[in-house]
Ligand binder design. Structure first.
Ligand code: URA
Length: 294
């Protein structure tokens, strides 16, 4: 769908119109006609004013004030989420995820929502697979043992958790018989039920780079195959560069088996690739973390 403006329009009305048009495209619409009074009406909407249906900027559809919630749309598309800032849109998206029927209908996921944490304006977005017991308890991704290792990695990058955006493909802890503190990887079906949320998060946050943690998260994002095959190059998901690396829990397992150093070295190479992709500064110490000293 192509839209041409002959006059300059202020940022907010354009953003509102873009959101509306994307929504129409997602619904399969090919055309949207603008009324001649569109600009005036959009400016009024952007200032919080209302417009009557007759004044709506679009001929064939309701005016582009996004609905408060729309539980689900055709997967693997994105969701129509209201809000005037990224943080507000993500908060609304989290609310929609909590109310969504799809993941619940499977009956194999627990019901506590663990959505995401961090900075909605982040340049770096980490995506894992699904919350575990500790994450469920704290309602925050990556706070258990693998999360602690992820925090160390973020610190080594010269950042804090509050500088990056941390999320999971699957927003609910996968259920197990006699659950206790046991965790399991989400199935393809479980991830699929949450895909519109992570896709929308990617679109809203619009990071400079995504770091995909582990083969399961990668498969959820459509990058199939083992991490060893996919690491070392930059993939694209929804127009965002993606660097693949090992899941922190794999690094912890490797450490227990005495193979930790090589896995960590590779993982750090991936992190440096992601930092370079996001054009973050890399100092000598960071560049040489795993280089042998002469
Ligand atoms: N593993 C994940 O993939 N995500 C979490 O939030 C915690 C552990």
């Amino acid at each position: 769908m192509l839209l041409l403006f002959t006059e300059r329009m202020s940022e907010t009305p354009v953003a509102m119109l873009r959101q509306y048009l994307q929504q129409q495209v997602a619904l399969g619409e090919q055309r949207a006609l603008l009324r001649p009074t569109a600009k005036t009406a959009l400016v009024r909407l952007s200032k919080g004013g209302g417009v009557s249906r007759a004044e709506s900027p679009l001929r064939s559809a309701p005016c582009p004030v996004a609905k408060e919630t729309r539980p689900e749309t055709k997967e693997p598309g994105t969701l129509d989420v209201a809000g005037s800032s990224k943080a507000e849109r993500l908060a609304n998206l989290a609310r929609m995820a909590g109310e969504a029927s799809g993941p619940r209908a499977l009956g194999s996921l627990r019901t506590t929502l663990v959505f995401a944490t961090g900075n909605s304006d982040a340049k770096i977005m980490f995506i894992g697979e699904a919350p575990g017991a500790e994450e469920e308890k704290q309602k925050e991704p990556f706070v258990g043992p693998s999360g602690q290792l992820l925090t160390k990695i973020i610190t080594a990058m010269g950042l804090q958790r509050s500088d990056v955006y941390i999320s999971n493909i699957c927003k609910f802890r996968p259920a197990m018989p006699d659950q206790g503190t046991g965790n399991r990887q989400p199935t393809a079906e479980e991830m699929k039920s949450c895909l519109p949320f992570i896709h929308t998060e990617i679109d809203v946050v619009s990071p400079s780079v995504i770091i995909a943690l582990g083969a399961t998260a990668c498969a959820g994002l459509g990058i199939e195959g083992p991490v060893g095959k996919n690491r070392g190059r930059v993939h694209q998901v929804r127009g965002v560069p993606v660097v693949v690396t090992y899941h922190p829990s794999y690094l912890l397992r490797q450490e227990q088996e005495g193979r930790g150093l090589e896995a960590k070295r590779q993982s750090w190479e991936d992190v440096l690739l992601a930092m370079a992709t996001a054009q973050l500064p890399i100092n000598e110490k960071q560049r040489n973390y795993f280089k042998p000293r002469l």
